[in-house]
Design a protein around this ligand. Structure first.
Ligand SMILES: [Zn+2]
Ligand SMILES: [Zn+2]
Length: 366
């Protein structure tokens, strides 16, 4: 039997023992070694997110979409396509192509992508989430082999760092010599700092709160040149001072809920500057002065998720070893503590003795 953490409804995740299925046709079966926990796991569990992926959730389903696993069974074609074999460790990007829609046929974005952790337990093989001892991987997945010298825990960073490369490099197209402000010092903010540094940014400024001290202390190792503590200093004045009055080229926002940082961003960006909006906010939050935005001819990019090329860059960057990703794994917990792990990303985390940075569920853990 296979131990799985099944989300039966909003606010209810229970452990279930399920029969171990065969690999799906054209895909693989992996033994899950680790699975990163993401803000969207909490948003869904808490019921704040009612329509993940644009539709009501297919309860019951297995949570978790940032898995690292060892291949235990694989279709011959998939093995050739992904260049992997039984025994290899892989990471699986959270969206898989359906292979049959017009987008897939034309080589564009898939319009009917399967999102891991959102496919129902009763749908085919059923093990579609990473909070489980085993997970099924469909043939349309983006799969990347984990190099032998990269740890399971570091490999879980493929997701936040993959997002960061998509947001900073592919979307904002940060160029060498530019100045970048990253709003937020969580795992995503730190990964964005690293992606900006990789893109050759001359200045990378990361903002955080006084209570983010532990994360801000790591920012320098992740490519930040400066940090700003927003509840201690005036962000706009401090950034101007740091840049000797030169305006910013790019702002990457990873801050949830708060809208004040976006007003600062509009103020600080140079004419024709770029703002990447990744933080989740309430619909209708009306964050900033539109007229200011227009006059400065700014561009705003909304982003969600990542791309296969960005995850590839993330894996290469993790493998190169230039950043201390091991310092981010603040909490590593067993499957039975999955709910606790997810809740750490909310108010419980703010009360925790050790501030959560990156939370990972590892089935081998008690
Ligand atoms: Zn995620
Ligand atoms: Zn498709």
């Amino acid at each position: 039997m296979v131990r799985a953490m099944v989300m039966e409804d909003f606010g209810r995740i229970v452990a279930r023992d399920l029969p171990r299925p065969a690999a799906p046709p054209g895909g693989a079966l992996i033994r899950v070694l680790a699975n990163g926990i993401c803000g969207s796991d909490l948003a869904l569990y808490s019921g704040e997110m009612r329509n993940p992926g644009g539709k009501p959730p297919a309860f019951p389903m297995i949570t978790g979409h940032e898995p690292v696993g060892e291949i235990v069974e694989i279709d011959d074609d998939a093995a050739r396509r992904w260049d992997v074999a039984v025994g290899d460790r892989i990471v699986v990007e959270s969206r898989a192509r359906c292979g049959v829609c017009a987008g897939c046929r034309d080589g564009d974005d898939c319009t009917d992508a399967m999102i891991y952790s959102l496919r129902g337990l009763d749908d085919h093989e059923g093990l579609w989430g990473g909070l489980c001892e085993y997970m099924c991987v469909v043939g349309g997945s983006n799969v990347f082999k984990v190099p032998v010298h990269v740890s399971d825990l570091d490999a879980t960073m493929f997701n936040p760092l993959g997002n960061a490369f998509y947001w900073v490099a592919e979307t904002a197209q940060v160029r060498p010599g530019e100045s970048v402000l990253v709003l937020g010092a969580g795992q995503r903010g730190l990964c964005c700092a690293a992606a900006a540094a990789e893109a050759g940014a001359a200045r990378v400024i990361v903002t955080g709160l006084r209570r983010d001290q532990a994360k801000l202390a790591l920012a320098g190792s992740f490519g930040a040149t400066d940090v700003v503590i927003v509840d201690e200093e005036d962000t706009v004045a401090r950034v101007r001072e740091l840049l000797h009055g030169r305006p910013l080229d790019v702002v990457v926002d990873t801050v949830p809920v708060a809208v004040e940082p976006l007003r600062d961003a509009v103020e600080l960006l140079r004419p024709r500057g770029r703002l990447v909006l990744a933080g989740v906010r309430e619909e209708g939050a009306a964050p900033f002065a539109l007229e200011r935005f227009r006059i400065k001819q700014l561009t705003m990019h909304g982003v969600s998720g990542t791309t296969a090329t960005a995850v590839g860059r993330a894996m290469a960057t993790i493998a190169a070893g230039a950043y201390p990703f091991h310092l981010l794994h603040s909490h590593v917990m067993g499957l039975g503590r999955a709910v606790e792990a997810i809740e750490l990303l909310g108010p419980a985390g703010a009360r925790a003795e050790q501030a959560p940075i990156h939370v990972v569920v590892r089935p081998s853990e008690p």
